[in-house]
Ligand binder design. Structure first.
Ligand SMILES: N[C@@H](CCC(=O)N[C@@H](CS)C(=O)NCC(=O)O)C(=O)O
Length: 290
């Protein structure tokens, strides 16, 4: 890759497929299906096509919380979409999410299947369907949705900005890392001040806002993402750490965290989930079978 200090953009940008970046083999400037591949359909009303990244974990944590609350209609099959192998560009997946990103959900409980993509939309859809984890009265509902959409707008700077340039880019660009480290710390400070005054992000109750924010910001402060806890001095965010531990101790969060995960410690990997009993089977056996 050329020296960033001397790069002069050409008049018209063209795609350099082999740019050496971590995701160069899958990223491209066009959308749409690249192969014909139907999606599998399991026995449950909800069919989730996902991967155990923070965006995917939001949905599996939500589903596990709904099941823990006794909503049997939240039973789901979680199928693995391997984005490094390009599964997101198969025709079946693109029909569920034209944006080719996990997570994507099909609700097959009604007369006609309903597709939902974008993790924030999926959380709202499930919260409304089951009447849970999203207040129905104001001002609590507005506060919860504000924080949920704060996450949707902020996390791309944490992941696609800071995480990408600090951990994944093939060259370390000081300008980019400084810019996004500053923004990541600003966002953590926003959360820290909020959590100094409230038990949960949206107030006194655990909600979809915590479910959306925890997999990203909880992971960063606990040193589980980008190996950046020391670099970002995350020990400074004491209230975020308190909340991260509190949310992380919930049994449904522990289960949801594991679903469709293919990296990290083996005991935290459950490649696919088709039944509540899947969590009981020894995870190592599942990995060996896969
Ligand atoms: N705003 C989307 C972001 C989803 C997203 O970025 N998913 C990533 C994995 S975390 C993905 O599928 N990437 C595949 C690709 O870029 O080709 C959401 O929240 O659902």
């Amino acid at each position: 890759m050329s020296n960033q200090d001397t790069y002069t953009p050409p008049k018209v940008w063209t795609w350099d497929q082999g740019n050496g970046g971590e995701f160069a083999s899958i990223n491209r400037p066009t959308s749409g299906a690249q192969s014909v591949k139907e999606l599998p359909v399991g026995k449950h009303p909800l069919q989730l096509y996902s991967l155990g990244t923070p965006n995917g974990q939001k949905v599996t944590i939500m589903l596990e919380e709904l099941l823990a609350l006794g909503h049997e209609g939240a039973e789901y099959d979680a199928w693995l979409i391997d984005i490094r192998k390009g599964d997101q560009f198969g025709s079946g997946f693109v029909e569920v999410n034209p944006n080719s990103k996990i997570p994507a959900l099909m609700d097959r409980s009604g007369d006609k299947p309903i597709r939902i993509f974008e993790s924030g939309a999926i959380l709202v859809y499930l919260a409304e369907k089951f009447g849970a984890l999203l207040p129905t009265t104001q001002p609590e509902r507005a506060e919860t949705l504000s924080w949920l959409f704060w996450q949707m707008g902020s996390a791309p700077f944490l992941g696609g900005g800071f995480g990408h340039f600090y951990a994944y880019a093939p060259v370390k660009i000081k300008y980019a890392i400084d810019r996004y480290a500053m923004e990541a710390k600003r966002q953590l400070d926003v959360l820290d001040k909020r959590l100094a005054e409230h038990e949960f992000v949206a107030g006194k109750d655990y909600s979809v806002a915590d479910i959306a924010i925890w997999p990203w910001y909880g992971a960063v402060v606990k040193g589980l993402a980008y190996d950046a806890a020391e670099f970002l001095s995350t020990h400074e965010y004491k209230n975020v750490l308190r909340w991260a531990d509190q949310v992380g101790a919930r049994p449904a969060v522990k289960r949801g965290y594991k679903v469709n995960r293919t990296s990290g410690s083996p005991e935290n990997q459950l490649r696919e989930r088709h039944d509540a009993s899947d969590f009981d089977t020894k995870t190592e056996d599942k990995i060996a079978k896969a």
